[in-house]
Design a protein around this ligand. Structure first.
Ligand code: MF3
Ligand code: CO
Ligand code: CO
Length: 248
C-alpha cells in the first residue's frame, strides 16, 4: 500500500530522518582502518539509542544488527562481524531509525584511507546517480523516471546497475510500496504524489550487475564477479514543486 503523509506525519518523518543523518555523520567521523564492522555497528546502535530512537534494522525479519556494513564487493546487507576494515576499502553503511512510529533510512559509502581512483570514482558516481534522479522530481513525475536517470548515468560511466534490489516507500513501515527500481523506462510507472516518502538508493558495480545472495547467513549480497560496489541512499519527500531530501 502506498501511503500519503500529512503534515504531522511529515514532521515525524523529518525527525527520524534527521537522526539517521546525524548518525551517519557520526559514523563518517569515526570509521577508520583497523576497526571491525561490528565496531561500526556499535557506534550506530549507541548513537541512535542516545537520540531516543530505535535502530529498526535490528530484528527486522530476524536481521541481527543495527546497521548494514558492506565492504568492497559486498553490495548491501553486510552483517557486522569480525571483518577488519583496511586501508583502501570502500564501506557502505546503511541504517534506519524509528521514532514516534516512523522510519528514516539512508546509506553512505565511506572511503577508508588511500582509496584507488577507480573506486573513488565508483563512489562518486553512485552519489551523482541519486542527485540526477531527484533533479526534476516532483508531484506528477512517473516513478520509473527515477530508475531511468540512475541507470543512464551509471551506464554512461561504464558501471552496472543492480537489478535484484530496489528502493522503496517508507513511513510507519521500513519498506512500503512502491518499489523504486534503479533502472527503467522513461515516462512509465505511476505518477508520484505530494506526501509520498520514498527511499532512492542507487547500488552500482564496477563489473557485472549480477549479485549473489549468501544462503548461509541469509543476508549478505555480493557482486557475482567479486568487483566493488557502491551504495548511496536518502529518504525523500515528494512535494508539489520538487522534493525535500529528509536525510541530508
Ligand atoms: N536499510 C535497508 C534498505 O535500504 C534495509 C535493510 S534491512 C536489514 O532498505 F534487515 F537488512 F537491515
Ligand atoms: Co537503507
Ligand atoms: Co532503503
Amino acid at each position: 500500500m502506498i501511503t500519503i503523509k500529512g503534515q504531522r506525519e511529515i514532521e515525524y518523518m523529518r525527525e527520524s530522518c534527521r537522526i539517521v543523518k546525524e548518525t551517519l555523520d557520526f559514523v563518517g567521523k569515526n570509521i577508520r582502518a583497523g576497526m571491525t564492522t561490528k565496531e561500526v555497528d556499535e557506534l550506530v546502535y549507541k548513537y541512535i539509542v542516545s537520540c531516543g530512537a530505535y535502530p529498526s534494522e535490528l530484528g527486522y525479519e530476524g536481521y541481527p544488527a543495527s546497521s548494514c556494513v558492506s565492504v568492497n564487493e559486498v553490495v548491501v546487507h553486510g552483517i557486522p562481524g569480525d571483518r577488519i576494515i583496511v586501508d583502501g576499502d570502500i564501506v557502505s553503511v546503511d541504517i534506519t531509525a524509528e521514532k514516534n512510529g516512523f522510519h528514516g533510512d539512508a546509506a553512505r559509502t565511506y572511503l577508508i584511507g588511500n582509496v584507488s581512483d577507480e573506486k573513488r570514482k565508483l563512489v562518486k558516481v553512485a552519489e551523482e546517480c541519486f542527485f540526477k534522479a531527484v533533479e526534476d522530481l516532483r508531484q506528477g513525475t512517473p516513478l520509473f523516471d527515477i530508475g531511468y536517470k540512475v541507470q543512464t548515468h551509471a551506464e554512461a560511466n561504464g558501471y552496472g546497475v543492480v537489478r535484484a534490489l530496489t528502493g522503496h516507500g517508507i513511513g510507519r513501515e521500513m519498506h512500503e510500496d512502491p518499489s523504486v527500481p534503479n533502472y527503467g523506462k522513461k515516462g512509465t510507472g505511476l505518477r508520484l504524489k505530494a506526501g509520498m516518502t520514498i527511499c532512492i538508493e542507487p547500488m552500482i558495480t564496477m563489473g557485472t550487475y549480477k549479485v549473489n545472495f549468501n544462503r548461509e547467513d541469509g543476508w549478505t549480497v555480493t557482486t557475482a564477479d567479486g568487483k566493488p560496489a557502491a551504495h548511496y541512499e536518502n529518504t525523500v519527500l515528494i512535494c508539489e514543486d520538487g522534493v525535500e531530501i529528509l536525510t541530508l
